[in-house]
Design a protein around this ligand. Structure first.
Ligand code: ZN
Ligand code: FE
Ligand code: FE
Ligand code: ZN
Length: 262
């Protein structure tokens, strides 16, 4: 398959401690898949107390930038390689995130919510906690954080919008999601169209088809991302993603220097 104009803008590297394959292998996979470019968005450093085993340390940030720039040079003229981050939105850490974002010339920054309080709700180890929760309340709490991420003005897009569905716990209501989309639209953010959901128990991309439609109708653009944690996942299901977005009149964009392209 050749997808000559497409970028994969959600890729990890082994620096986060839970991805395999060297960054140059992700680039090689993208080239072979027929993509125009990629943007690495590895898990950003956070304060030491927050989710430490699942991300690079602050002291590794320079190494990350260097590694991406090395791949950029190696693939120059063949594949456009961009420098990004998947940052976390967690109340109280905004100042830290702002500092990290000021340190290097990022192309694209995803804002993701991975925690409700101290619960890492996308970690398979802790999925038993879903049985303790009312799902409507859970999604209300989650989307309030997503709205905080949108209002923070720290990020270019919201990562994997309806992530709590990952293990099969779909949103029974949907009202909180629609309200969050209003806030996302008002603040001019894009959505990470994240195909990793097609590799998870829910077997559905993030966001769900009805939310893709609702986002498109609000003029919210989509950035394609495989959320690859291994080279073989680069460009995962991108043809399906593009079809789904275009079928509802949505727009695919990417980011360079934190500016929307396309
Ligand atoms: Zn990860
Ligand atoms: Fe994430
Ligand atoms: Fe990710
Ligand atoms: Zn992710």
């Amino acid at each position: 398959m050749t997808l000559p104009h497409l970028f994969d803008s959600h890729l990890h590297t082994p620096l986060c401690g839970h991805a395999t394959g060297q960054p140059r292998e992700y680039a090689q996979a993208a080239l072979e898949y027929g993509l125009a470019g990629i943007c690495f968005t590895d898990h950003s450093p956070m304060p030491a107390w927050y989710d430490a085993p699942w991300r690079m340390k602050r002291a590794q940030l320079g190494e990350y930038v260097q590694v991406v720039q090395d791949v950029q040079q190696e693939f120059a003229g063949r594949l456009d390689v961009r420098l990004g981050l998947e940052a976390d939105f967690h109340p109280g850490t905004e100042g830290y995130v702002r500092e990290v974002l000021a340190e290097y010339p990022w192309d694209y920054v995803i804002g993701s919510v991975h925690y409700l309080g101290a619960w890492g709700f996308d970690n398979p180890e802790f999925k038993g906690e879903y049985d303790q929760r009312d799902l409507t309340d859970l999604y209300r709490e989650y989307y309030a954080l997503v709205e905080g991420a949108a209002r923070s003005e720290l990020f270019d897009s919201i990562g994997h919008l309806d992530l709590p569905k990952k293990f099969g716990h779909a949103d029974p209501d949907g009202m909180a999601a629609l309200h969050a989309l209003d806030v996302i639209a008002a603040h001019g953010l894009a959505l990470d169209f994240n195909t990793a959901g097609w590799r998870k128990p829910i077997n559905e991309a993030y966001p769900a088809p009805d939310l893709v439609r609702a986002a498109a109708s609000r003029g919210i653009p989509f950035v394609l991302g495989s959320d690859a944690h291994a080279p073989a996942e680069v460009g995962y299901h991108f043809a399906d993603a593009v079809k789904e977005i275009h079928d509802v009149g949505g727009v695919v964009v990417r980011f360079e220097g934190r500016e929307r392209v396309g």
